[in-house]
Design a protein around this ligand. Structure first.
Ligand code: SAH
Ligand code: SF4
Ligand code: F3S
Length: 476
């Protein structure tokens, strides 16, 4: 669910153009027009939030642009999850500084988790920043921008217990017109000791289920064919219908979304192993359009380390979950997040993480070495005592093994036929389509017949690398 790479492709669109699902860039500007440029870092929640920000600014008269040179307002939606993520943001701010020196009226705003973590301190550290806005304060942006235009620096890092932006229709940035994210909850009430998210995103709250279904329906009607329901811990989604007191659980929400149309695929991220229920698994099994793929971060394969991490499950509990998933859905793929070199981790404990990768047979994983975050439980309680070289070496071992397992996973798929949703042309050749199967594997295959992005086709896998399956279209 996480992306450390800078994304400069946040393409701009005006409200109406986005509503029609067309990609459009404002490269030049007419007098009087105001433009914003936005870059997003971090997890899918941040990318989804940027679409909410774009909608709010659109209503306030700003047009989106991907050309920083014509922007009146440059925004960066930031991530604090690891030190490296923050370093990337600081580097981008140096680039924005030069734009600002060339065009002194340009405003620079820092949004998201790093804004929340550093609050007004950001303005002391980064003198050229005009706005610091936390993830729950985006409605205040037009007001803060207006103040900044008058020379007043603006900070709003208020964390809300209610805000879910339920009524805001996101402006789909950088959309392929086929797949979209829907944010179903915000914040996190877990206290994993390594993690900064509870501090930057605040308390967990679930969004009105009907507004989620309305958004999914609207996307389907606009031609989208896949939605990913997003939250830090989707399995603890819980919303009470104020009209009849009925509780909507995540399993129920999944079912409601699956019923929007059998042609709308449903994905979700992220599941916490402690919260994923059999009811969720049976709902997934019941509906063909709920993708057979679960991102189930393990973090470590050792019970003692899991306890220090405050993950609230043991290795055995996690193994049971994995068995249960494969029992109920033998064709389900599972992926993971893994941290190498957490405080006090021994070589033997590290080996247990490696053996977990084999046990769970992950189709892929996001892998990191531990990065201490100020203010977290781990930073306060444990010494970050694993030398950097050791962390890096362990991470390399994890990556090497996962690459082998992913390769085997893909080799195992050769000869099988999958239903694939076409997302667009392959990056390498306009003669090939790319799309994913239910298990979230990217498949690339030559174009044949009359098809377009958003169509479902059947693809037989012929070859596989560790990342992609190459195939050909076949009859169902
Ligand atoms: N809510 C999601 C994860 C959000 S952060 C979940 O619970 O799965 C994404 C991933 O970043 C985490 O799963 C973890 O593997 C990694 N991560 C979080 N904090 C980290 C830290 N301090 N150092 C290294 N990796 C970290
Ligand atoms: Fe962080 Fe844990 Fe919450 Fe995920 S579940 S966001 S890792 S505190
Ligand atoms: Fe996401 Fe990074 Fe914040 S992972 S929740 S953007 S700290």
């Amino acid at each position: 669910m996480y992306n450390d790479n800078p994304t400069l492709e946040n393409l701009g669109k005006t409200m109406d153009e986005a509503k029609q699902g067309e990609v459009f860039f404002k490269e030049s500007k007419r007098p009087g027009e105001k433009h914003f440029y936005i870059e997003s870092y971090g997890c899918q929640m941040n990318f989804s939030d940027s679409e909410i920000v774009a909608s709010i600014l659109g209503e306030a008269g700003f047009q989106a642009t991907r050309n920083m040179e014509i922007a009146d307002l440059i925004l960066i939606n930031t991530c604090s999850i690891r030190e490296k993520a923050e370093d990337t943001v600081r580097k981008r701010l140096r680039v924005f500084d030069t734009v600002k020196q060339d065009r002194p009226g340009t405003l620079v705003g820092v949004l998201g988790c790093m804004a929340e973590r550093l609050k007004s301190k950001f303005l002391e550290e980064e003198r050229l920043v005009d706005l610091v806005v936390g993830p729950d304060a985006y409605r205040d942006l037009p007001n803060l921008v207006a103040g900044a235009e008058e020379g007043e620096k603006g900070v709003n890092v208020f964390l809300s217990r209610e805000e879910t932006y339920a009524d805001i229709s996101p402006l789909r940035l950088n959309s392929n017109g086929v797949t979209a994210f829907i944010s179903i909850m915000r914040g996190c009430d877990n206290m994993c000791s390594f993690c900064v998210v509870p501090f930057t995103r605040g308390r967990e709250r679930s969004r009105n289920a009907f507004s989620i279904i309305a958004e999914a329906t609207d996307l389907y009607e606009k031609g989208f064919r896949e939605v990913t329901l997003l939250g830090q811990n989707v399995d603890s989604y819980k919303w009470e219908n104020p009209e009849n007191g009925e509780l909507v659980s995540f399993a129920k929400l999944l079912e409601m979304t699956a019923l929007v149309s059998p042609d709308l695929r449903i994905r979700f991220s992220t599941s916490h192993p402690k919260d994923i229920t059999d009811e969720v698994l049976y709902t997934m099994a019941k509906y063909e359009n709920i993708c057979k793929y679960i991102h189930l971060p393990v973090q470590s394969g050792n019970t003692r380390v899991l306890d220090l991490m405050n993950r609230t499950y043991t290795r055995e509990w996690y193994e049971d979950k994995v068995r249960r998933i494969y029992e109920i859905m033998p064709d389900c793929a599972i992926s993971s997040d893994i941290i190498a070199g957490f405080c006090t981790e021994t070589e033997e404990e590290h080996q247990e993480t490696l053996s977990m990768i084999e046990f769970a047979n992950y189709s892929m994983s996001y892998m990191f070495f531990y990065s201490e975050r100020p203010g977290t439980l781990a930073a306060r309680k444990y010494e970050d005592d694993i030398p950097l070289e050791v962390k890096k070496r362990r991470l390399q071992e994890i990556i090497r093994l996962q690459t082998q397992i992913s390769y085997k996973h893909n080799q195992n798929d050769i000869g099988k036929t999958f239903k694939v949703l076409i997302e667009g042309e392959s990056k390498k050749s306009d003669q090939d389509w790319k799309g994913r199967n239910s298990q979230n594997k990217m498949m690339v295959f030559p174009k044949k017949g009359e098809h377009k992005p958003g169509d479902y086709v059947y693809v037989k896998a012929l070859e596989g690398t560790s990342a992609t399956l190459i195939g050909e279209m076949v009859e169902a």
